[in-house]
Write a protein that binds this ligand. Structure first.
Ligand code: F6P
Length: 561
């Protein structure tokens, strides 16, 4: 594509606009009626995942035109650039090499003279040693008791990935090891942390400070509170416990740091042996594959953590090698582009039908919206087209009793992703319980398939819709994608996450935006700092706008009572 012409001036974009005028007025049920074998045509499989795109509001010609758009936008070359370590994060002038974190040990990737594979595997080996020590019950707190609770203090990418995966893979805890209970505290108001502090024993609790920058106020506030809790409970209790506990010992036995800034970890007091490093070329929301994944490895063990990496790597290989028309991330991205840019569908709901994926939607909210919630191209031009849709979601079966009403009868067009494993509960030992749980799983799949069908067909999902008042009518025609996993395993989960990471990249490539920076969060941080100074000093209120002044004065009135 020429650098001066934006993507919406390119032939494929224009052809898609013309084509959309015609498809827009065609209902999904007509698309199904006119194309027998639509599932066979529009579904693909790779890395243990099945992607069904047949319920998108498109025709085979639509996909042809979208593939042409991808070619015009240079998607194949962009994929090569991403995976080979080009400086694709242009505003920060660095590569985005999360895929390097999941390369096998015998792979080779040298970027700008550095052998990344060895560096990555050195960190994995250090993680492995740490995890082994915890699982052997040999990581002891300052008073000599074995650590049994680990609290991850981090936010955004330093929280959501590990939180989502530890929850999803909780079934995969290894047998016969000392169990570590892993908790997550992210909120800057301290409410999650306060709850843990009221319940956990300081002698057996360790904190992992996860922060790429090690400057994030949310995490550092929680970390300070945690540190002082340990000092006051362990150091002051020295005589009572009859153990020689000093602050250095507490720091050494109760804190691990994970960051791209070893200097800042040292300044904060994290012992060098407890520092796990990662690199500036790993974006925060793409970082669960390395040291930020320590909580995951503490829950499932290092062998399963490596399976998670292998699953993601399988998706990376597919992304690199598959033709565009068979490439799952590319196809998922194109469905999104079609909805946002040509059908004006700018809301996207993520609906997993498996309780273990409870945090998957929150994870994707950051991945997609922090990556592609942009309106400036690589060249600094304001985009003349829409980019990332508003994305939200929650467990599908629960959402059926919450916001599906809007999906079925509201005024918004919404694209939905249904996600479900085909097999579940095979390993439940007790026969009666297994039968019940398997029935529950089948019921859940029935709901998953039924909901996407009703959203597609509306009233026509039943044979004889008959005459009905408007409030009982369903218009259907809501597009959806269904993603099936054979089972939810470390491997398939790894592939699923990587699928969405690459989808985001392909969309960013077509929209000509940088998915790896997040300048949009900076101003809020700066103004929050200034506001906090005003709250503390009670000076400078005159410079504020009328609403902010009113809110601050309301706070001060309460403080004065
Ligand atoms: O404020 C946004 C952000 O920078 C995210 O991109 C990041 O994942 C999160 O904050 C946490 O940052 P850090 O890991 O540096 O503490």
């Amino acid at each position: 594509m020429s650098r001066t012409a934006t993507i919406d001036r390119q032939p494929a974009w224009r052809a898609l606009q013309a084509h959309a005028d015609e498809v827009r007025t065609t209902h999904l049920r007509e698309l199904f009626a006119e194309q027998p074998g639509r599932f066979a045509y529009f579904h693909r499989q790779a890395a243990g995942l099945t992607l069904d795109l047949s319920k998108q509001r498109w025709r085979p010609e639509t996909l042809e035109l979208l593939l042409e758009l991808a070619r015009e936008a240079g998607v194949p070359k962009a994929i090569e650039g991403l995976l080979s370590g080009e400086r694709v994060n242009r505003s920060e002038d660095r590569p985005a090499l999360h895929t390097a974190l999941r390369l096998p040990a015998d792979a080779c990737l040298e970027v700008e003279g550095e052998d990344l594979v060895s560096a990555v595997h050195r960190t994995l080996t250090r993680m492995e040693a740490m995890v082994a020590k915890f699982h052997a019950g040999q990581w002891r707190g300052a008073t000599g008791r074995t650590i049994s609770d680990v609290v991850n203090l981090g936010v955004g990418g330093s929280d959501l990935g590990p939180l989502m995966v530890t929850h999803a893979l909780a079934d995969y805890r290894p047998a016969g090891v000392h169990e570590i209970h892993v908790h997550f505290a992210s909120t800057m108001d301290g409410s999650q942390l306060a709850d843990y502090l009221s319940r956990l024993n300081p002698e057996t609790t360790l904190f992992v400070l996860s922060s790429k920058s090690f400057t994030t106020i949310d995490t550092l506030s929680n970390a300070r509170t945690a540190r002082d809790w340990l000092f006051s409970r362990l150091v002051v209790a020295e005589r009572e416990l009859a153990v020689d506990v000093d602050r250095d010992l507490v720091m050494r036995q109760h804190f691990i740091g994970v960051s791209a800034s070893p200097e800042k970890m040292s300044e904060w007091g994290i012992a060098e042996v407890n520092q796990l490093e990662f690199w500036e070329w790993v974006g925060g929301r793409y970082s669960l594959w390395g040291a930020i994944g320590l909580p995951i490895a503490l829950v499932v063990g290092m062998a399963r953590f490596r399976e998670l990496l292998a699953g993601a790597h399988a998706m990376d290989r597919h992304f690199q090698a598959a033709a565009l028309e068979d490439n799952l991330p590319v196809l998922l991205a194109l469905a999104g582009i079609w909805n946002v840019n040509f059908l004006d569908i700018r809301a996207h709901s993520i609906l997993p039908y498996d309780g273990r994926l409870e945090y998957f939607a929150s994870y994707l909210e950051q991945l997609e919206m922090e990556s592609n919630g942009k309106s400036v191209t690589h060249d600094g031009q304001v985009t003349t087209y829409s980019t990332c849709p508003v994305l939200w979601g929650q467990l599908g079966p629960n959402a059926q009793h919450a916001f599906y009403q809007l999906l079925h009868q509201g005024t918004q067009a919404v694209e939905c992703d249904f996600i479900a494993p085909l097999r579940r509960y095979d390993d439940v030992i007790d026969d009666a319980t297994r039968t019940h749980l398997k029935n529950q799983h089948r019921l859940t799949l029935a709901n998953c398939f039924a909901q996407s069908r009703v959203l597609m067909l509306g009233d026509n999902a039943i044979d004889e819709p008959g005459e009905r008042p408007n409030h009982k009518r369903y218009r259907g025609n809501q597009p959806s994608t269904t993603l099936l996993l054979d089972r939810l395993t470390p491997r398939t989960l790894g592939a699923l996450i990587a699928l969405y990471e690459h989808k985001v990249f392909v969309q960013a490539t077509i929209w000509d935006i940088n998915p790896f920076d997040q300048w949009g969060v900076e101003l809020g941080k700066q103004i929050a700092g200034e506001t906090d100074r005003i709250l503390a000093s009670r000076q400078g209120l005159d410079a504020m706008d009328d609403s902010s002044r009113g809110l601050i004065e309301a706070l001060w009135r309460v403080e004065e009572q």
